[in-house]
Design a binder for this molecule. Sequence first.
Ligand SMILES: [Zn+2]
Length: 147
Amino acid sequence: MTAVGNLDMAVIPTAVAVASETDPDTVYQVQLPYCPCKDWRYRRAHFDGDFSSLFCKHLRTALERVSGWHSAPPAPEVHAPLTHVEVKELLQGSKVGFQPREANGVLARAAANEIAEFRTRLTGGPLVDGTVEFNRLHGTYRVTIVR
Ligand SMILES: [Zn+2]
């Protein structure tokens, strides 16, 4: 872009650097309306007419910064208290897709710390974020999944 005299107007930037939430060493150079991340490429490739499904976290952040645009975050999916067997089935099911060893690892972290966060990617699919909370008193687990 070249300067054209002293135009007395606000220019809305379209290039925004957005730090990755999971990897502090990664910064995505978002060039609206494009994001260089894998999640965005997946969303674009699988666009089904639902406009809101197009935006990855970085695009949402970039749009919020340049325009004050706010979108409703995806509603988390909260599961009622689950037993150990039920929570393993959920983590290894189609919504999260963990291998048994990964599910055991998350459950062990939840049992040790009362809460364990996880992030995974379904095969060829979008990122899945979630938490497993362990209730020591009742020996139950509560799972929250955010896509
Ligand atoms: Zn992105």
